[in-house]
Design a protein around this ligand. Structure first.
Ligand code: NAG
Ligand code: NAG
Ligand code: NAG
Ligand code: NAG
Ligand code: NAG
Ligand code: NAG
Length: 491
């Protein structure tokens, strides 16, 4: 729990926007000195039960990097203060991003890992700063070490590197320089484009990325990266990452997928057929055990969406080194919700699905005796209001559906926390803070740093600082805190 005093202290120690960066090797803020541990279906610290009021903030290391690398330190501290003020105590961030031999507009740039073994030290320092600033605000991190999807390079890039730069069959991705463009250069909207690439179907891309499960060279390159991050010494705090309690969890990857031919086949498929030979399973088993051996005091999670149903949920999360299960709930992407449909029935369908999804995954987690963390979910704004306007994702649209949906899904998780279900927190996708599509400016690296990753339309799933969804996040933290005090479950 973050106390008011912690928030106040954090506000006092954070540099004012525009002031100099903290000098290297010095650390002015507070620190987190305690590891979070798992106890049955719960997370705990010596303060009692630990509930995760989380947010996705994947670009933290790039925002924290120097301005010459496309960073914006004053934005970073402003947004961390905003999140802390809403009771946020956990951020899920990227601790990996891979470059490519050719420019890729739909990738985090500049990348942390430019080529096998070749790091951009300045981006690494961004990750150091990010952890130092989080610790000063009482926030812990999920550190995501890889990615199924193209927006950080991820599995596909490792497979490509391991096979003489074999071309990656990219699905169509957001391209900020594609039309429509506005008159003022670099303030354009972009579009999903097939220009410049022969866009492949998603299943083809997934098959390519999943080759990491049995390509030993690609796996070794991934492991080299994991070991480098886990053994790094933070240049701001002096702490070695593997013994820094600001880090709660090492996560194998963002949304590793089941293997073909039973992988992603379109909308959410709860009845995906069990495939006992799925190479995902031994990969999770050996990778989680290996990561645990490098960072025994930290937790390990997989990053699975858990959209594949009960069998996959249990098989993937059953391995001893996997400390808790993860779930991601994506009603629009899975074809349940339509962001242009203003009807109550459309919203209801999404809410019913989400409630079912949370209850099912909670029960499955109870069955395997581990906690579960809802670490991704989101909903578009009322974008039917934007039909015919210059951009479908304008921030001026209302958020009636999103707010109702957030209230429902977040408080279903809270209910499953209080009633001895296995849920331990929520982590909406994703904090966009002070960014808006209307004022976006494409930096020298082709980035805008919205809450949406580079391969998706900027503004789709952002939580802005002024959004009422942030009040819902805050109400969750207050509600849980009051309950824990009432029950005597925290100090
Ligand atoms: C950096 O962040 C500040 C807010 O702290 C904002 O006013 C400014 O526009 C940002 N700069 C860029 C280049 O995005
Ligand atoms: C992005 O769009 C621009 C402008 O249409 C085009 O020249 C470029 O090839 C596109 N890039 C990719 C990777 O599709
Ligand atoms: C990896 O597994 C796939 C699917 O089972 C198989 O077709 C392929 O030959 C395997 N590759 C290697 C390098 O073992
Ligand atoms: C809106 O969604 C509801 C619920 O799915 C559906 O019954 C209705 O036909 C949809 N309306 C349109 C215009 O798509
Ligand atoms: C939840 O589980 C029930 C029973 O197995 C199943 O019918 C339903 O489709 C599941 N729903 C979701 C969203 O997981
Ligand atoms: C948002 O909702 C209000 C109240 O229903 C309405 O007056 C306003 O026009 C809506 N905004 C947009 C951009 O449609």
């Amino acid at each position: 729990m973050i106390s008011f005093a912690t928030i106040l202290a954090a506000l006092l120690v954070s540099p004012n926007p525009g002031t100099a960066l903290p000098s290297r090797g010095k650390h002015h803020g507070k620190e987190i000195n305690e590891f979070v541990y798992v106890d049955g279906l719960r997370l705990r610290t010596s303060q009692g039960l630990h509930y995760l009021t989380g947010l996705n903030y994947w670009s933290c290391m790039n925002l924290a990097a120097d301005e010459s690398l496309g960073g914006n330190y004053s934005r970073l501290v402003t947004e961390l203060d905003q999140m802390a003020a809403k009771g946020v105590n956990h951020l899920r961030i990227m601790a990996s991003s891979e470059g490519a031999p050719t420019p890729q507009p739909f990738r985090m740039s500049p990348p942390l890992l430019e080529a096998p073994g070749k790091y951009n030290e300045d981006v690494f320092v961004g990750l150091d700063r990010c952890l130092a600033e989080m610790g000063a605000r009482g926030m812990r991190a999920t550190m995501t070490l890889g990615n199924e999807w193209q927006w950080s390079g991820g599995f596909a890039q490792f497979v490509s590197w391991a096979n003489d730069d074999e071309p990656i069959p990219y699905p169509s991705s957001w391209n900020l320089t594609a039309p429509p463009q506005r008159e003022i250069p670099r303030t354009g909207w972009g579009d999903y484009t097939v220009q410049g690439i022969d866009a492949a179907p998603y299943p083809e891309f997934v098959d390519f990325a999943n080759r990491i499960y049995n390509d030993t060279r690609a796996e070794q390159m991934y492991r080299d990266h994991v070991a480098t991050v886990i053994n790094r010494r933070n240049t701001i705090t002096g702490r070695v990452y593997n013994s820094d309690p600001t880090i709660m969890t090492w996560q194998l990857a963002n949304e590793p997928q089941a293997q073909a031919p039973l992988g992603w086949e379109g909308p959410y498929d709860i009845f995906l057929k069990p495939n006992p030979d799925d190479l995902l399973l031994p990969w999770v088993e050996r990778t989680s055990a290996w990561i645990k051996s490098l960072a025994p005091r930290h937790l390990v999670s997989v990053g699975l969406e858990s959209k594949q149903g009960e069998w996959y949920f249990k098989e993937v999360h059953k391995f001893p080194a996997v400390d808790y299960a993860t779930a991601h709930c994506w009603v629009q992407n899975w074809g349940i919700y339509d962001m242009y449909n203003s009807s109550e029935a459309n919203l209801r369908k999404a809410e019913d699905f989400a409630v079912d999804f949370v209850r099912n995954t909670s029960q499955w987690a109870v069955d395997i005796g581990k906690p579960v963390f809802l670490e991704e979910f989101g909903m578009a704004r009322d974008n039917w209001e934007n039909i015919g306007k210059e951009y479908p994702y304008l921030s001026s649209a209302n958020t009636t559906h999103k707010d109702a949906y957030f209230e429902t899904i977040i408080f279903t998780v809270v209910e499953k926390f209080k009633d001895d279900g296995a849920y331990v927190g929520t982590c909406p996708w994703a904090y966009g803070g002070i960014w808006r599509p209307e004022t976006q400016y494409i930096n020298d690296f082709g980035m805008v740093w919205a809450g949406d990753p580079p391969h998706e339309s900027p503004g789709w799933y952002d939580l802005y600082d002024t959004d009422s969804a942030m009040e819902i996040v805050h109400n969750q933290q207050k509600d849980v805190h009051a309950w824990l005090e009432e029950e005597g479950l925290c100090r």
